[in-house]
Design a protein around this ligand. Structure first.
Ligand SMILES: Nc1ncnc2c1ncn2[C@@H]1O[C@H](COP(=O)(O)OP(=O)(O)OP(=O)(O)O)[C@@H](O)[C@H]1O
Length: 244
């Protein structure tokens, strides 16, 4: 069976700086793929390249067997792939409800948006309570939930989510991971970038470790030896970016 998302020999970067070096990644439908790796390994760059936000200079990336290369972000969202970026990028001067409705603008998000809004409110009751509040006034955890809710309003088949637990209190992290587990149980395909390795491993079907712009380990989650993963994670080596 063709994987839902397949990346092979991917190179990408910013201007003259190459960050990703021959990255390979296979994401099976309905599975949760977790990407871990130290700061600067290129995890965010990989997600941004998949979404057409960073230029891919070599290699291939396909969604449902069709190339993503050269695709516009808007079109990639229409094709069912949605990214929830790191840093809870919400529109601070818009209400919670208007932020959520931004997710209903792409064509993929327009059909049945009322049903999806109800589902998002059921998943995140706090967003329902605060639907009239300006998003800029929300706590970090609420803003993360809003960013996730907006992504879900886009009706994704594949959800790319970048460090959702970053800087949040443990109790909020628990909530976020419970929601991710629910989404997984509903059959959503998830690609999760996370520094909280042990939490992420509980959710994962497959794990990739990235270092210095390369995927240096690819393993079914059930086979991952956490000690070995940590050794690879913290091993000393050179920098992550090079002029290429
Ligand atoms: N807009 C940019 N312009 C130039 N270099 C960038 C840009 N964004 C990221 N980089 C560089 O690309 C490399 C990989 O960064 P990236 O954010 O992808 O790593 P990461 O694994 O997601 O790290 P973190 O866990 O800290 O978020 C870093 O060396 C970073 O400085």
């Amino acid at each position: 069976m063709t994987p839902l998302l397949e990346v092979s020999g991917l190179r990408a970067g910013y201007g003259q700086i190459n960050v990703l070096w021959d990255v390979d990644l296979t994401v099976e439908e309905g599975k949760t793929t977790v990407i871990v790796g130290p700061n600067g390994a290129g995890k965010t760059t990989l997600l941004r390249t998949l979404m057409g936000l960073v230029y891919a200079s070599a290699g291939s990336m396909t969604l449902h067997g069709q190339t993503l290369k050269g695709g516009k972000t808007w079109d990639i969202v229409e094709r069912g792939m949605v990214m929830i970026p790191e840093g809870r990028m919400v529109f601070p001067d818009m209400s919670v409800l208007d932020n959520l409705m931004m997710g209903a603008y792409p064509r993929a998000g327009r059909a049945d948006w009322e049903t999806r809004l109800e589902r998002v409110f059921a998943m995140f009751p706090r967003l329902k309570e605060r639907r009239g509040q300006m998003a800029g006034l929300m706590s970090g955890g609420e803003a993360q939930m809003l960013a996730m809710g907006r992504g879900l309003m886009e009706n994704p088949q594949v959800l790319l989510i970048d460090e959702p637990s970053l800087g949040l209190a443990p109790v909020i992290v628990d909530e976020i991971f419970t929601i991710l587990a629910d989404l997984k149980a509903q059959g959503l395909t998830i690609v999760l970038v996370e520094q909280n390795t042990s939490r992420a491993l509980h959710l994962a079907d497959h794990v990739y470790l990235m270092r210095s712009g390369k995927t240096i380990l690819s393993q079914p989650a059930a086979e991952v030896d956490l000690g070995h993963l940590h050794d690879l994670y913290f091993a000393r080596d050179g920098g992550s970016a090079a002029v290429g």
